[in-house]
Design a protein around this ligand. Structure first.
Ligand code: DP6
Length: 356
């Protein structure tokens, strides 16, 4: 008996130009392009095993060991359905291949990082789901082609199909066929770039990204300015900065785009607050750190960015990271700093500060 099974893992990514807003909520087509860095190493990953079998009676997904219902017409069902369609096309083109596209699938997905870290797991989760089905079905699809399907699971997931520096081009087609992820530069292009994850709060966020960004689309006038004037220029600047390994521009654009995203969240009615006092204190610390470095004739050394929650991610070059970790631990002494005890953080260190 042949067993049809595959296991694949995918990492999380942290945007430096944020995706915030959909022009099509079903196909998940964004109102602006975005750009992220995929965190590498074995940390912060989702690992997914998919299996197809004639005897299975229904599609089932287990997330961290617990069944996650696959609702009809929902994001999971869409991704699984689209992958089965691709397999069917492959079978039609390769008549000798086994006809497994009609089989039901069982999928088990696990995150190797504590959900408590408050880091978005939907990006790595849907990227791993789509990649594992692509491996199971032996599809010749490119990462960009698969990103079209991962995008329909969670927008930010499309960027996790690539490592390194990745752009999600918003596209213009109403069908979504040109709204996909492309590689800006591979990880090896700029190996000195590192990310420090600072867990400020491990509580579940109050407003989910999905509902928050739609409220912003419906009520924020500032978003229109961001979409039309701000992001297109920043995408160009950021792509150039990455290609040139220009950390100063990378850092400035990253911080300004994080600020712009939190400004449109605040401009939403009712307003959305994702950062808390500790998040703002981290911003002040990094701003002062950079100011002191530049005043002494040195470079900009660190860039903060915040997603839809209070946790900070600090991008810095390897040569400055140890100093930045000492700085964070000095100013946020309740924090714990340790050498990767669980093997879960990309920089090897986590700094955690309790809320309040
Ligand atoms: C702030 O991808 O989680 O992290 O497409 O509705 O699933 P859905 O939203 P999601 O939003 C991520 C928003 C963000 C910015 C980003 O990652 O670009």
């Amino acid at each position: 008996m042949t067993v049809y099974q595959a296991t694949v893992s995918a990492p999380v990514n942290i945007a430096v130009i944020k995706y915030w807003g959909k022009r099509d909520t079903k196909l998940i087509l964004p109102t602006n392009s975005s750009l992220s860095v995929t965190l590498d190493q074995d940390h912060l990953r989702s690992t997914t095993t998919s299996r197809a079998d004639e005897s299975f009676e229904r599609d089932i997904l287990w997330l961290n060991g617990k069944e996650d219902p696959i609702k009809e017409g929902g994001r999971l069902a869409t991704c699984i359905g689209e992958m089965k369609k691709l397999r069917k096309q492959y079978e039609d083109a390769n008549p000798n291949e086994p006809k497994i596209s009609s089989y039901r699938v069982h999928i088990a997905s696990n995150n190797n990082f504590p959900t408590a870290a408050g880091l978005a797991s939907s990006a790595s989760g849907f990227a791993a789901l789509v990649s594992s089905l692509a491996a199971l079905y032996k599809l010749p699809s490119s990462p960009s082609e698969l990103s079209l399907i991962a995008r329909q699971g969670s927008g930010s997931a499309c960027r996790s199909l690539f490592g390194g520096f990745v752009a999600w081009e918003m596209g213009s087609a109403t069908s979504g066929t040109d709204s996909l992820a492309v590689e800006v530069a591979p990880r090896e292009h700029w190996p000195e770039m590192q990310a420090l994850v600072c867990v400020v709060s491990d509580k579940k966020k109050g407003t989910s990204s999905t509902s928050g960004m739609q409220r912003t689309v419906e009520t924020s006038t500032l978003l229109q300015h961001r979409i039309r004037e701000v992001v297109p220029k920043r995408m160009e600047q950021m792509i150039r900065a990455i290609k040139d390994k220009d950390f100063t521009t990378f850092a400035e654009v990253t911080m300004r785009d994080s600020n712009s995203f939190h400004a449109v969240a605040l401009d939403t009615d009712p307003p959305i607050f994702y950062m808390n006092d500790v998040s703002r204190a981290i911003i002040a610390t990094i701003v002062e750190y950079n100011r002191a470095s530049v005043a002494a004739g040195g470079p900009v050394k660190a860039a903060y960015t915040f997603d839809a929650g209070p946790n900070a991610v600090i991008y810095a070059l390897e040569k400055d990271m140890a100093e930045i970790i000492r700085l964070v631990c000095y100013f946020f002494p309740q924090g714990v700093s340790f050498e990767d005890p669980m093997g879960v953080f990309p920089s090897g260190v986590q700094s955690g500060v309790p809320e309040g």
